[in-house]
Design a protein around this ligand. Structure first.
Ligand code: GL7
Length: 809
């Protein structure tokens, strides 16, 4: 910016006053005690673990802030092109442990808190997860932030500061999922910095009047105005000073209450408007893969994109360049279609406020945005009813119509007379009501469009956006396979393995943790017996850690001399937890039919499930109920309980994943082919030496290419077969007894009451008996065969450990 002059006072005095981050243990204890006394107003007499965690967090935060300030100052001075990640979800999990590792201060803090009479592990456990996300999409956003900072990229995240994150899952005695709110901000959040001075106004409703002069401009007035207030969350990079920012917006009434109503004697009315403003960021919508068209959700999306764009533009204007150069200074990544309103919003700002022509504005917009698609499931593709958009955002509806008009004119020019194509491609879907197709808008308003794994990106280009590839050319479309941060998902959650890898590779930890291709160096060690023993011993200790966790949280006894088989993800029919539980029942029935001597020869196994169901997703909730009730019976059966145990761990979270993943021998990623865009936990399991049992879907495919197909257990029909099979289910159904007798038997046993009254499960079982959209009847036999191969492979333990090492490598 050319502002190299120090802005205030004596630069040297400022610099001398800056707190250093190179601290020794005594600096740490001083800062800790200082926070206990002055931030928490407590003392040694009344400081519990929670208070000690808070003091430690505040002290670590001071370090982060020093780096954060320096990083931001640096960005301001150098004015690089910046990347902005707009995501409605950031599933961050806990921060303290990650911050300590990234700062390289973990050992010193451990010593420091010990000197003060605390245990670091206990303090870490006191932190509540920041759970502002549903599942993979939200966790991906968190991983990208970690990697962006670690790679020293000028990347900021923008999201919403929900008062309540994803609900807490409780399981009733009958096995039903109950939802309770997640008051994650209850004990204050030391990781955020309120920026009460950074606020923007956001309008809803009102009227949009076109200027009438043919310049395309309009005036948007009236309606409701609310305030967006910034909260900043520091994102430290690994072993670098670079500390990026995640800016979360909170909604607030523009005025505490409406004075006019108050003076007219309407006190309640006066407060109501303040409630409705605050409601915008009150809660995270707990649905993944479905859209409901709720007004409040639309308001969340606009509130967040409008505030973020104002902030980004203000920063750009400080650089002092003409607005036409905006795309040289800002790239905005749209995490799914949720932030797509940013496209018409930027058009509105450029046309109505900056007074650019339509073409100038459109050129800037289409060079600024980039769109990532995360699913091809039709029920997840966002559509907003036109009357709702017209009501909440009248000016944006006009702009969307204008974009559509110019767009369809161009399509008509390229494909004259192809009416059906126009209907398919239009931003507006005909019907009652008409709907705005957000994926189409995101696609035409962006410079690039990507899917999240090779197969998925291919499907995006050949199915939902096929017409757009034909119209715009294939070069706009690409693939960016998802990834995970190895800092959290290996170093942090599996420190013993991480240490062994460091020792074995003879590299500094920070070298391979920033360049995972280095893990290939582990390959030869698969042949080394002593190394295998160390490797296996760590897996065993991770199993024991998980068993202790289940013991302390649920009071249940888990065998650790068994294979651990894990499926952890949102409950969804396409992810086929149902296939897994029916497989468990099949195993149980088979074990029951064996003689004790036969049973003794079989592989011991503990099966873990965890995951939340959307509160209104009836079938998914029934699946949970079935799992819980099957567990009750199996775990209590003296004939089989030494050979097969089953657990549903409630309230799945990032923190729980950090305990489960390192303990897994095999994990299941068994979606119907073509439905799981990528999956990301599959990558985390592999990184931790867990093998995969999966379908040929999502990132499983690319993982298998890397680790070798002999180290992955694949089963099931492939994507090209799916459509034909569904057609057959509808038009040439084969009775299930004929098609898949083993499965028919399992379903009948459930109906007959093997796990308590079968009647409640009928709606779930009938999804398989009739229609079977997710192809359970087609894949069941090959699934059971694959499970048998897993058992056989596990019996040869040395060979299994080799596979495990190769998988990580
Ligand atoms: C998802 C996909 O289902 C999942 O396969 C993918 O790994 C993730 C991140 O790209 O995005 N898409 C989606 O709508 N949700 C996902 O988790 C909720």
């Amino acid at each position: 910016t050319g502002k190299e002059v120090w802005p205030k006072g004596d630069e040297k005095v400022w610099k001398a006053g800056t707190r250093g981050v190179d601290q020794d243990v005594s600096d740490i204890t001083k800062s800790f005690v200082n926070h206990v006394q002055t931030s928490l107003a407590r003392q040694a007499y009344n400081l519990d673990d929670l208070g000690a965690y808070q003091a430690a967090a505040l002290s670590v935060r001071d370090n982060l802030l020093v780096n954060w300030n320096e990083t931001q100052l640096n960005y301001t001075r150098k004015a690089p092109k910046r990347a902005y990640y707009l995501s409605l979800e950031f599933l961050m999990g806990r921060t303290l442990d990650n911050a300590l590792l990234n700062l390289g201060l973990k050992d010193k803090y451990r010593k420091g808190v010990e000197q003060l009479g605390f245990n670091m592990e206990d303090l870490l456990e006191k932190e509540r997860d920041a759970a502002l996300g549903n599942g993979g999409l939200g966790r991906l956003a968190a991983c990208y932030l970690d990697s962006g900072a670690s790679q020293e990229l000028p990347l900021w995240g923008y999201g919403l500061r929900y008062q309540y994150g994803i609900f807490q899952q409780l399981i009733s005695p009958e096995g039903n999922q109950l939802e309770a709110p997640d008051p994650w901000l209850e004990n204050q959040n030391p990781w955020e910095l309120p920026r009460l001075d950074v606020t923007y106004e956001v309008r809803f409703y009102g009227q949009a009047e076109r200027s009438g002069s043919g310049n395309g401009r309009a005036a948007w007035t009236g309606g409701q105005e609310v305030l967006a207030v910034a909260y900043d969350v520091m994102i430290p990079g690994y072993k670098t000073k670079t500390t990026n920012n995640l800016r979360l917006w909170e909604s607030k009434p523009k005025r505490g209450f409406d004075l006019n109503s108050f003076n007219a004697g309407n006190y309640e009315g006066a407060v109501e408007s303040s409630n409705s403003a605050a409601a915008i960021t009150s809660v995270l919508y707990p649905n993944d893969h479905t859209t409901f068209g709720k007004e409040l959700r639309l308001k969340q999306q606009y509130f967040w994109t409008a505030a973020s764009l104002q902030d980004i533009l203000r920063r750009f204007k400080n650089v002092g360049k003409p607005i036409t150069e905006f795309p040289d200074y800002a790239a905005i990544q749209l995490n799914d279609t949720h932030p797509t309103l940013a496209i018409p919003e930027l058009m509105r700002i450029l046309i109505d406020e900056e007074e650019l022509s339509w073409d100038e504005a459109w050129k800037i917009v289409t060079n600024t945005f980039f769109y990532t698609n995360h699913t091809v499931l039709p029920e997840a593709l966002e559509k907003w009813p036109v009357p709702l958009v017209e009501h909440v955002l009248p000016r944006h509806m006009q702009i969307i119509y204008d974009i559509n008009l110019y767009f369809l004119q161009a399509v008509e020019k390229k494909f004259p007379g192809d009416r059906e194509r126009l209907t398919r491609m239009s931003l507006i879907e005909e019907g009652y009501p008409k709907q705005v197709r957000m994926a189409h808008l995101a696609c035409i308003g962006s410079r690039k469009v990507n899917g999240v794994a090779e197969l998925h990106s291919e499907l995006v280009q050949t199915t939902i956006l096929k017409d757009f590839v034909e119209f715009e050319g294939v070069s706009k479309f690409g693939n960016v396979t998802n990834g995970v941060t190895p800092r959290r998902w290996l170093d942090q959650c599996n420190f013993e393995l991480s240490d062994l890898i460091t020792k074995t590779l003879k590299l500094e930890k920070n070298v391979w943790l920033k360049d995972l291709t280095k893990l290939e160096g582990l390959l030869p060690f698969a042949e080394n017996k002593a190394f295998r023993a160390e490797w296996a011993a760590i897996k065993q200790r991770n199993k024991e850690r998980l068993a202790r966790h289940v013991q302390t949280t649920l009071g249940l006894e888990v065998r650790t001399d068994a294979m651990f088989d894990v499926q952890i993800k949102r409950l969804h029919e396409y992810k086929r937890q149902t296939l897994n539980i029916l497989g468990v029942i099949h195993r149980y029935i088979t074990l029951k039919g064996m003689t004790p001597a036969e049973r003794k020869k079989s592989n011991r196994k503990v099966v873990f499930f965890a995951g939340k169901a959307a509160p209104a997703y009836y079938i998914a909730k029934l699946t949970i109920r079935l799992i819980v009730n099957v567990a009750r019976v199996i775990n209590a059966d003296p004939d089989t309980k030494d050979f097969l145990q089953l657990y549903f761990l409630p309230d799945y979270s990032v923190s729980l994943a950090e305990v489960l993943i390192p303990a897994s021998d095999i994990s299941q990623h068994i979606s119907t082919a073509g439905t799981e865009a990528s999956g990301t936990s599959n990558m985390k399991f592999c990184l931790n030496g867990g093998l995969l049992l999966g379908t040929v879907d999502g990132a499983n495919i690319e993982i298998a290419e890397e680790v070798g197909e002999s180290n992955v257990f694949f089963f099931g029909h492939l994507t090209p077969a799916v459509e034909d099979l569904r057609y057959q289910h509808t038009y040439h159904p084969i009775p299930i007894e004929e098609k898949c007798p083993a499965l028919a038997n399992v379903l009948n046993q459930v109906s007959a009451g093997l796990f308590g009254d079968g009647a409640p499960y009928e709606p779930l079982l009938n999804t398989i008996r009739q229609g079977d959209y997710y192809l359970i009847t087609d894949d069941f036999d090959s699934y059971i065969a694959a499970l048998a191969m897993v058992d056989e492979a596990y019996l040869d333990r040395e060979e299994w450990i080799k596979k495990s090492i190769r998988t990580t490598a």
